[in-house]
Design a protein around this ligand. Structure first.
Ligand code: SF4
Length: 364
């Protein structure tokens, strides 16, 4: 195994499974080598954005989710345009380049609501990194339109890229137990393949530390790697640990050591996905710094707003200045990027702040 890692050769499924036998530091060093090969420059990127969850109403009822409310529940909401405009104005003043837009699977929202939503955000001069595969799959089922048609309509409205949420573990044995009403692993991958075919870049995620085995995590990574070989459309991989607070699934949150081991295994297996992101929102700033030595080259986002993990009671928050400092303290140069991982200059950020807002409230 040591030789294989030194040579930097692609690991097959059996070899990838054997990575778990290695100790923490060996794994970290090997992952750091891959990171240096892919990113010889000594920089760590992050994006200035906010997560906007347009609705918390959801028919999926995933057992790990503390955020959703079933249709008809008194705490269910759909964001109004005024509230949304306020959030977007705030983000722009902060120099944000885009919004991570996700919501529940709300049966009361028609396709043109999503189109108006994307257009409204674009009117502020902000990018839209929006609608994870379960949302797109749900829209396709609801409207009877193909995945390709839904993606094209959203792209015409201004969608810039797709976040890799809703992947959890791409093994149906696990999905049947944690999110039985959500799209299957093949359907998740199909949405991504279709999006890549239309020229959209996407990220990929893995939420781990619940009912899956370590082998199933590796299976998940191999599925992402295989699709990436075919399409080249994934920009980044973001593994994060399940947070049990307030969920139906309950259980214990995984600790830092297993998080770092899984991060390093991800870097070693996913040799064809350019970026690997730390999850400071679940692991906290100190572990996130260590994660930069375990294969990660991206610090995620400022998350001016985050609701989904916060619903579990996990409350790490970081300002842009704190992110800068944490990256510098770890020995890297912080650089701001957009959701497509393009590096932004001070001039770009100033341009976003100064550009006029052209939004108009859409008619109901
Ligand atoms: S994870 Fe997403 S799809 Fe599942 S219940 Fe929560 S909001 Fe709904």
């Amino acid at each position: 195994m040591d030789n294989l890692l030194k040579e930097g050769k692609r690991l097959d499924l059996a070899q990838a499974r054997r990575l778990w036998d290695l100790d923490l530091l060996t794994l970290g060093q090997a992952a750091d080598q891959v990171r240096r090969r892919l990113h010889p420059e000594s920089r760590v990127t992050f994006v200035i954005d906010r997560n906007i969850n347009y609705t918390n109403v959801c028919v999926s009822g995933c057992r790990f989710c503390a955020f959703y409310r079933p249709p008809g529940a008194p705490e269910g909401y759909v964001l109004d345009w005024e509230g949304l405009a306020e959030k977007l104005g705030e983000l722009k003043a902060f120099g944000g380049s885009g919004v991570l837009l996700q919501g529940g699977l709300n049966p009361d929202l028609p396709l043109d609501y999503y189109e108006k939503l994307v257009g409204f955000i674009r009117g502020f001069g902000l990018g839209v990194h929006g609608f994870s595969p379960p949302e797109i799959f749900f829209l396709s089922r609801q409207t009877g339109l193909s995945l390709q048609e839904i993606i094209r309509r959203l792209m015409t409205a201004g969608l810039s890229s797709i976040p890799g949420g809703g992947a959890e573990i791409l093994v149906d044995r696990v999905r049947r137990r944690v999110s039985p009403n959500k799209c299957t692993s093949a359907q998740w991958l199909k949405v991504m393949e279709t999006a890549h075919g239309e020229g959209l870049k996407t990220s990929a995620t893995m939420m781990f530390g619940h009912l899956e085995t370590r082998e199933e995590r590796v299976e998940h990574l191999i599925k992402i790697r295989e699709l990436q070989e075919k399409t080249g459309g994934f920009t980044a991989f973001i593994p994060w640990t399940y947070q049990p607070g307030g969920t139906d699934l309950k259980g214990e949150a995984l600790g830092a050591v297993e998080y770092l081991r899984t991060l390093a295994v991800s870097r070693l297996v996913l040799d064809n996905v350019p970026h690997l992101q730390v999850s400071w929102v679940t692991q906290g700033p100190k572990v996130a710094q260590v994660a930069l030595k375990f294969g990660a080259d991206d610090f995620g986002s400022t998350m001016l707003e985050e609701n989904v993990v916060a619903a579990t009671g996990v409350g790490f928050r970081l300002s842009r200045e704190e992110i800068d400092t944490l990256i510098r303290q770890s020995g890297y140069e912080p650089q701001v990027r957009d959701h497509r991982y393009r590096i932004l200059t001070h001039q770009d950020i100033k341009g976003i702040k100064d550009s006029p807002q052209r939004h108009r409230e859409p008619r109901a």
